[in-house]
Design a protein around this ligand. Structure first.
Ligand code: NI
Length: 220
């Protein structure tokens, strides 16, 4: 018995065939959507995956002047931190996992290097200035370290800082239509900048605290 025979003998078989076709079309659309999302994440990971070998060549291009607002509402620039190392992470306080993980990692790494950490300022620059007000940042950064600085600004100020550090970020459309609970897609590197404000090295999100501490010991 062939499938055509079955189609003739079973009532509604043709209708079911139509639905099978629709289901297949829906499956294709879903697969394409998944591929697009995966591609976007891969693109983001490319930025995170730049190896140390390429760091020298990107040295001159990472970092630069910024003007932002700290957690106490004061205007600060990159020059405000001259004479100290900056360990900068771009993220946002509503981030469910990646940002807290990176910030805890950075804090632990600085704890591990002891006295050498005294001249390093851990900094969170938000990519979500819409929700991350100075007051909100102030509540957030103190969970990680007493000396952590939280920086926000106007959307233009934040965009300029992110551009200087080649940081990718974008608001993720909220499918539930709840404007207050959107997520941000963003790259997740931490940047060590020297006392002269120039780029020293970046640390990928995947490194653990001990690995970052090892590198900091050699770099500081
Ligand atoms: Ni995040």
């Amino acid at each position: 018995m062939t499938t055509d025979d079955v189609a003739e003998k079973v009532p509604g078989r043709k209708a079911r065939g139509l639905w099978t076709g629709i289901a297949a079309a829906v499956a294709v659309v879903v697969l394409v959507a998944v591929a697009l999302v995966a591609g976007q994440h891969y693109y983001t990971r490319l930025g995170d995956g730049l190896g140390e070998a390429t760091q020298a060549s990107t040295h001159a291009a990472i970092g630069g002047p910024f003007t932002l607002i700290d957690q106490d509402g004061r205007t600060v620039t990159d020059e405000s931190f001259r004479g100290r190392y900056m360990l900068i992470y771009f993220g946002y306080t509503f981030c469910p996992d990646v940002c807290p993980t990176s910030l805890i990692r950075n804090t632990e790494a600085l704890d591990l290097i002891g006295d050498k950490a005294a001249n390093v300022v851990p900094i969170l620059i938000t990519v979500d200035p819409e929700r991350d007000t100075p007051a909100h940042l102030k509540e957030y950064v103190k969970f990680f370290a007493d000396n952590m600085v939280g920086l926000t600004g106007t959307p233009d100020q934040v965009a300029a800082a992110a551009k200087a550090y080649r940081v990718y970020y974008a608001k993720v459309d909220d499918k539930d239509g709840d404007a207050a609970t959107y997520l941000m897609d963003h790259s997740a590197l931490s940047y060590l900048m020297g006392p002269d404000g120039r780029f020293v090295q970046f640390f990928r999100h995947e490194l653990d605290a001990a690995e970052v501490a090892d590198r900091l010991r050699k770099l500081l």
